[in-house]
Design a protein around this ligand. Sequence first.
Ligand code: NAI
Length: 333
Amino acid sequence: MKTITLLPGDGIGPEVTAATLRVIEAAGARYEWESHLAGSEALAYYGNPLPQEVLDSINRNGVALKGPVTTPVGTGFASINVQLRKALDLYANLRPARNLPGVSSRYDGVDLIIVRENTEDLYSGIEHVVVPGVVESIKVITERASTRIARFAFEHAVAHGRTRVTAIHKANIMKLSDGLFLDCFREVATGYPGIQADDRIVDNLCMQLVLRPEQFDVLLLPNLYGDIVSDLCAGLVGGLGVVPGANFGEKGAVFEAVHGSAPDIAGRNLANPLALIQSAVMMLRYLGETAIADRVHAALLAVLSGRGMRTKDLGGSASTTEFTEAIVREIEA
Ligand code: NAI
């Protein structure tokens, strides 16, 4: 039986993780789960928010399913998510944003794939005080990382029947850093004559997304713009509770929701588990379990298409467990 690393996380993490395992196991998924603490719980227990055994486990198993982890603001440990992506070189963050039936949003026909570079840019975390009252934060862009993420975006487009990749940048102002990102994109694009390649300046993209999101297909972004624009795209299709995500490296993949640990609703059986369930569907497809992935996907579409069964964030009154059991009933019907 395949072993998968499980990081339930904190806040609403354990609730949405339990819901996800319940659903995929009802659909026939059989895995050995190697569960690990991360974040403040791991800090309290091991003295390290990201213990080496978590990294060893993911390296060994090649696949992890991860709930959100709280990052202390201002002081305390660095983001577990950023550390994990760097330590495992999970360089590509993939975030699909598409309309779901019965999930009201301002737009129809949104079907976007966001490909975000995951390892550098301002997330390099190189900050220092120049003199008191003046700090510098360094944006790192390399040819190597920009080229491999561009290649990932085009390969993903080819593999999934997409026709266009749009690179997002601010090369009019950051001529060297975003300019390099754009040059690498253009160079890689020459190897994919069947895919339309174009680019937009990030501020214009944001306006265009709000006016006519259905005009875009695959969006390729450096780390920081990718973080911001992917939340914007989540908002286009119903919010953070409904969009999945995955991080890919050469040697493995970590599947996680885009949302955070939602401390405002944690422990109250209110969280929407859809985002992590859909991330698990992406994981099942990655593992070649297409039939099980299709079964889960069809069941959640059926539940959403019906009346009434929604969590609070989607305007309903169902608890996490009521919503989860509705999907399980649909799978077992
Ligand atoms: P958040 O995503 O946790 O919450 C933002 C808002 O969306 C809140 O009102 C929350 O209740 C709601 N929300 C999020 N997920 C939901 C769900 N599944 N169902 C229903 N409502 C949901 O973002 P926030 O508040 O900025 O971050 C909280 C903590 O999570 C921070 O410590 C942050 O660093 C961490 N975080 C962790 C991530 C990860 O582990 N992948 C990603 C983003 C944030």
